[in-house]
Ligand binder design. Structure first.
Ligand code: 5AD
Length: 378
């Protein structure tokens, strides 16, 4: 199968009738998923996105949920070949916010009425980090009424349990791709898809609401891979999704001169494919939370508005203090690094208004999917 970035526009060209009949049919087959993902003319992708938006409104309501994201450390032990903060990037100044700085951000998030926060960092195994995060979560839960999501990578079961007991109740860990060969290609030798999948299982068994997702437009990735990713989303019965385009970063080994040279030629296609992936996820998973990710905005000034119109229902305004933002660039052109938290808030309110949606102020905004699956489990 041809890789997604080299697919020419005319290659797979489902008709509007085909798209509408797949949407009406319910549970999608592998071939149907590929047809939906391939919708690239307005008469095919518009009905796809409109159907996904209707499901989002029906299942999660009109209001968009907010999570203030604090990128509290860019230190990382991993060497993911796509990521700007990989360990081998020695030119990057490393930072970790103090616990007090993180708590000040959390209090600001509460004052703004965001209702929830995400703590994100590089992967930092080891007892000092475990304790650091455990203490910070406890303190945030003590001082605020915010919902706390963690996005801090692969850890052992005991660590996930301690953070859950401290009060974190949601966890984001993207699978990145479910193709084991591609996974190995884009990561360093010590990272395996098997470990990532085990972590996702452990998180779920610990009791977290679990979010996952993939990058779209990775070198070597095929439409087959993306359809398999969608099947994995369904079989894993996840509560939340975050996905977006892969964007190169010149400081990483994946950004070869050939990839950079061909970038502009395929960026519109990858943006479209990312939005289609989001829309199909919404149609399949229905009552989950799906984020309109920043990487989409890096591809197009209205990327996140487009995502809300294709079925997303979560926006994550960055709250990281302005002086650290430049050091938390996972890819080139990350929007908002010249903004402060207030400007990020204004731009997010603007995005949501542009999409004609309301905002779920002062709520945790949990995934309705989680409530239903745990209800069935008792
Ligand atoms: N392009 C797009 N997304 C990226 N991420 C990391 N590097 C890149 C990149 N170059 C995403 C990964 C990770 C999340 C925190 O950021 O999917 O899980």
């Amino acid at each position: 199968m041809e890789n997604v970035i080299s697919i020419s526009n005319g290659l797979s060209n489902p008709s509007p009738e085909r798209i509408n009949s797949i949407i009406a049919g319910g549970r999608f087959t592998h071939t149907e998923m590929i047809d939906l993902l391939s919708a690239h003319r307005p008469e095919t992708y518009e009905p796809l996105h409109a159907a996904a938006l209707a499901v989002a409104r029906e299942q999660t309501g009109d209001a968009v949920r907010l999570r203030g994201i604090i990128e509290f450390s860019n230190r990382c032990v991993r060497n993911c070949r796509y990521c700007g903060i990989r360990k081998a990037n020695r030119a990057l100044g490393r930072y970790t916010l103090t616990q007090n700085e993180i708590i000040a951000c959390a209090e600001w998030i509460e004052e703004q009425g965001y209702g929830s926060l995400v703590l994100q960092s590089g992967d930092l195994p080891g007892e000092p980090t475990v304790v650091f995060i455990e203490e910070v979560v406890k303190e945030i839960k003590c001082r605020t009424s915010l919902g706390v999501t963690l996005s801090v990578g692969e850890h052992d079961p005991d660590t996930y349990r301690r953070w859950f007991d401290a009060g974190a109740h949601r966890y984001l860990l993207r699978v990145e791709t479910t193709n084991p060969t591609l996974y190995a290609h884009i990561h360093s030798g010590t990272q395996t898809l098997k470990t990532r999948l085990e972590c996702l299982d452990i998180l779920r068994n610990t009791g977290y609401q679990v979010g996952t997702g993939v990058m779209i437009g990775l070198p070597w990735q095929t439409m087959n891979d993306l359809a398999n990713d969608l099947a994995f989303f369904r079989s894993g019965d996840f509560d939340m999704f975050g996905m977006g385009p892969y964007i190169y970063d010149r400081r990483t080994p994946m950004a070869t001169p050939a990839l950079i040279a061909s970038w502009n030629a395929h960026r519109d296609r990858i943006l479209r494919l990312s939005l289609n992936m989001l829309a199909v996820t919404r149609l399949m998973m229905r009552d989950v939370n799906i984020a309109a990710t920043t990487a989409l905005d890096a591809m197009h000034p209205d990327g996140r508005v487009m995502a809300l119109n294709a079925g997303a229902n979560v926006v994550m305004p960055v709250v990281t203090p302005a002086e650290y933002r430049e050091s938390y660039q996972l890819y080139e052109g990350k929007p908002g690094i010249d903004q402060d938290a207030l400007e990020s808030r204004d731009s997010l309110v603007h995005i949501i208004e542009q999409a004609g949606r309301t905002i779920a102020w002062n709520q945790w905004g949990d995934s309705p999917h989680y409530a239903k699956r745990t209800l069935h489990a008792v």
